[in-house]
Design a protein around this ligand. Structure first.
Ligand code: GLV
Ligand code: GLV
Length: 310
């Protein structure tokens, strides 16, 4: 029960509507920024984010205001891991560069040293993070005959029990962040964006990586210092990068688009018809629950529900 209004708002409009008292729950997208300032004046009880990530929302500030946040976990795990593999393969085998060359008449026929790339099978994949998407990526990489290592909470570490390792026991190696960085042929990022992971991959980390390494980011742009990455790609500090997310999305760091050794996708990790409709269902279920006065099925901060003001 309730009414739904569809609005297209800039940040000022969002602040104003959230403060108006006309809405109890707001369904948001990643581009909608719910910062502490907005939340301070917001007269809402819930935010249902159409995404699994929620770095667009200051959850601490929301919790303090008794505003519950919902997200869409689980349904986009496989599709995002598919994009991580796609970026690994495309970068290693220079798929985009090669496709462009064929289309522009540059294919002169088979030749022994034409369009040589790097191997994927037999190489070492380092996973930064060991959540759902990292594990789905590990599963695929093992199928490609890769060696898989992970660091569960970079740049620090944490215990991983046999239970948590589950199907991966004896098949993947738990290493610290330094070892992951220095020994991976592919370094793939699967961490949430927060204070600890902002610029996790910076000039120092890029310099510590193998010259032959490829960086993959399907998580959040600001986890990588993108300007430092452009320098590293240009100078051959690393061999390539496959990116689905950017530091100042939708803008790219100057020079990034000129790097032939970068494969650049437009944040499409969850972009399949079935996944987006499953996300829409979870998002609607979260919103409908909050509107009708019950805890949403996928709360990010369930503790906020008990303390909500209205
Ligand atoms: C997409 O980036 C998401 O967090 O769902
Ligand atoms: C994201 O939801 C993850 O679990 O990696």
């Amino acid at each position: 029960a309730g009414e739904v209004e569809v609005l297209s708002l800039d940040h000022a409009g969002l602040v104003e509507r959230c403060a108006s008292g006309e809405y109890s729950v707001v369904v948001s997208q990643l581009r909608d920024r719910f910062d502490a300032e907005l939340l301070e004046t917001a007269e809402i009880t819930g935010i249902s984010n159409y995404a699994v990530g929620f770095d667009n929302i200051d959850v601490t500030a929301a919790t303090a205001r008794g505003i519950t946040v919902g997200n869409t976990p689980g349904v986009l795990t496989d599709s995002t891991a598919d994009i991580a593999l796609l970026l690994m393969l495309a970068t290693a085998r220079r798929a985009v560069e090669a496709d462009t060359l064929v289309r522009t008449g540059g294919f002169g026929g088979w030749a022994p040293e034409f369009m040589l790339g790097t191997d994927v099978s037999g190489r070492t994949l380092g996973l930064a993070g060991f959540g759902r998407i990292a594990r789905a990526t590990a599963r695929r990489a093992l199928g490609f005959g890769m060696q898989v290592k992970f660091c569960p909470r970079p740049p620090s570490d944490r215990e991983v029990s046999d239970d948590e390792l589950g199907e991966f026991a004896g098949r993947v190696d738990h290493v610290d962040w330094d070892e992951l960085v220095t020994t991976s042929d592919f370094l793939s990022l699967h961490v949430p964006l927060n204070e600890a992971t902002f610029h996790l991959v910076d000039t120092d980390v890029l310099s510590a990586m193998k010259n032959s390494a490829i960086l993959i980011n399907t998580a959040r742009g600001p986890v990588v210092d993108e300007e430092a990455l452009v320098v590293a790609l240009r100078e051959g500090t690393i061999t390539g990068a496959g990116l689905d997310v950017y530091e100042r999305e939708p803008l790219l760091a100057p020079g990034l688009a000129d790097q032939p050794n970068a494969v650049l996708l437009p944040h499409v990790g969850s972009a399949t018809v079935s996944v987006r409709s499953q996300m829409a269902r979870l998002c609607a279920e979260n919103a409908a629950a909050m509107v009708s006065g019950t805890l949403p099925p996928h709360p990010v901060n369930p503790e906020a529900w008990a303390t909500r003001s209205s």
